[in-house]
Design a protein around this ligand. Structure first.
Ligand code: CUA
Length: 312
């Protein structure tokens, strides 16, 4: 739709300009005996031919921005997959704990959200068949989401030069029928990510301050995920994955209102995988049930089109 609108507006604008050029050329052509004379500018005319087209062009931006945000926002019920990039491989961990290297198994017809980070340099997660590409950065999460619509194997590339073996840093996205996927999940041994995180949370003694029963020296983390948090400096931030992650590796960056900056940093003490598990655990505290149980019985609604996110 936006594309048609772009063509239409561009067409009309082009026609107007050409028409004006043609009319002026004929109307004000050189005639024998007529003398050229200077005319003063018209402020109203000049303002209107600047402001009106500007307004028209702005509609491109607004419409485009709306589509961009819709397309970039993962559906709330998307299955989450954690991706850790390193020189030179893709380490994948499913929310239920299945681990893979350079392979990602997903079911057809299911929204999948990738939560990605790098443990060394900048990489880029690129699946040409899905029209998807996103930089994967050290020190923070970037996300992508897609819904595969056709079973098959699609090549994954690293699209950011990251060192000697950059060109070999590829893999496969294996899109399976839901029942095959369920079987794959069954046969791949795993410990749910949030359980790993819960274990870590206890081992790292986070529980001494972040209590779930009463308010401890640190904020109670139950129910905080994706909720606004009031900070000590008056700002309000959304407790998304990046916020939780930052609060672990750089706890003093955003102090929750009413608390003291007493938490030590865990930078360097936990690996990227452990961080992911901790983040998954904190997020699981905001879900009514286990949250990972419902993707078993997905109906096999499969429009016969190539895989993609929504493209308007
Ligand atoms: Cu990783 Cu290029």
């Amino acid at each position: 739709m936006l594309y048609v609108y772009l063509l239409l507006v561009s067409g009309v604008m082009t026609a107007l300009i050409f028409l004006a050029v043609a009319v002026m050329a004929i109307k004000y052509r050189r005639k024998p005996g007529s003398q050229a004379h200077q005319i003063e500018g018209s402020t109203i005319l000049e303002l209107s031919w600047s402001i009106i087209p500007f307004g028209v062009m702005l509609t491109f931006f607004i419409w485009g921005a709306v589509i961009f945000f819709e397309e970039r926002t993962p559906p709330a019920d998307a299955t989450e997959v954690y991706v850790v990039a390193k020189q030179w491989m893709w380490k994948i961990e499913h929310i239920r704990g299945q681990r893979e290297i350079n392979e990602l198994h997903v079911p057809v017809g299911q929204d999948v959200k990738l939560i990605m980070t790098s443990q060394d340099v900048i990489h880029s997660f690129y699946i040409p068949a899905f029209r998807l590409k996103q930089d994967v950065l050290p020190g923070r999460y970037t996300t992508l989401w897609f819904k595969a619509t056709k079973p098959g194997v699609y090549h994954l590339f690293c699209a950011e030069y990251c060192g000697t073996m950059h060109s070999g840093m590829g893999g496969d996205i294996v899109v399976m029928e839901p029942q095959d996927y369920a079987q794959w999940l069954e046969t791949t041994p795993a410990n749910p990510l949030e359980d790993t995180g819960k274990q870590l949370f206890a081992n790292l003694r986070c529980t001494t301050c972040h209590r779930s029963d009463t308010q401890g020296r640190g904020p109670n983390l139950v129910g905080i995920y994706n909720k606004p948090v009031l900070l000590e400096d008056g700002r309000t931030v959304i407790a998304d994955e990046n916020y939780i992650r930052e609060s672990i590796v750089n706890p003093t960056a955003k102090i929750v209102s009413g608390f003291k900056p007493i938490m030590p940093t865990f930078q360097g003490l936990v690996s990227e995988e452990q961080l992911n598990a901790l983040v998954a655990y904190v997020k699981s505290l905001s879900q009514p049930a286990t949250g990972t149980a419902e993707l078993q019985n997905q109906p096999s609604a499969s429009p016969a089109q190539t895989t993609n996110t929504q493209v308007q």
